[in-house]
Design a binder for this molecule. Sequence first.
Ligand code: ACO
Length: 335
Amino acid sequence: MEEKKFNQIGVSFKGSGSYVPDQILTNQKISQKVDTSDEWIKSRTGISERRISSLGDNVTEMGYKAALNAIEKANWDVKSIDLIVLATSTPHDLFGSAPSIQAKLGASNAVAFDLTAACSGFLFALITASQFLKGGGFKRAIVIGADQLSSYVDWNDRRSCILFGDGAGALAIEATNEIDNFIGFDIRTDGERGSFLNLPSKNAINSITNNIDFLSGGFAPIQMNGQEVYKFAVREVPIIIEKLFKKTDYSSDKVDWLVLHQANQRILDSVGDRLKIPREKILSNLEKYGNTSAATIPLVMDEAIRNNRIKQNDIIATSGFGAGLSWGAALIKWG
Ligand code: ACO
């Protein structure tokens, strides 16, 4: 690869895109499967319906469509893209789905890889890509969050199956030598509390030949301690955002939008209240899509950009949190 040299100091945001499957699963339909109700789900989570993949929808397809959308908005030639980072916990190919997305896009000059950090994945991927851009050598990046948790949900477990849906979102970001719209970030992991939320491997013992066994691959459905995840989110997310404000000399009143991982409306409201950010500044599309894991942040941002809510130069405080446990925050200026 030819060595490229740029004098870049920062990152700017050039476009957004998203995709969700057509199939809609309403609360009412879930209540035909498990003992729950629209009223219970809505009042505890804010979710009314979610999208579920059918044949033809998978992380590669969804991520590709979201990425294409973002590239069109950015008005980029696909050959000018240097980097594609796909945040996902549910790849279509365990060896990585980003290379298939690169091929489908025809972005043959881009290095492409997957990154896994569950519901924090998009934020971790955005930070990773921004460091590649600021470090030099990479000019244009597509950051994708895509997940298909419907394949790993226990549809008989009413405590968790009500929460999740499928989808994808993407942002196009570019290195710049004039401004830096990636104002700051902070990220954390606490593996000690990892057992609150897992999608563990589940192996069966099979024989290859006499006396030699192997473990066939597979995964158990999602296991979640909802109350502990809830307590973790409402405690840690305001702390990390406040820390970031301090570090960057920002404060709640300077923020135009709070864009949190869309896990549960009660988590969004509680974090907003602790940060003293009014409800009208907190983006939410939980009602329509539920928790799409790594996809939630770019999905809700893309919607707000297309609806002309997020505008050029708006200040956005964003936070991802989830399994790991992992969490983080970033402060950006759109544009
Ligand atoms: N319908 C009806 N009743 C239900 C349902 C349901 N879908 N789910 C649980 N219940 C019942 C329980 O059985 C329990 O009944 P009991 O008192 O008779 O035993 C009662 O409701 C209360 O159960 P809790 O688990 O205490 O309910 P809670 O108020 O905590 O709400 C919820 C559950 C909505 C899951 C909440 O804990 C939550 O949102 N936690 C955060 C989870 C989350 O966001 N996870 C994703 C994180 S991101 C990632 O990385 C994937």
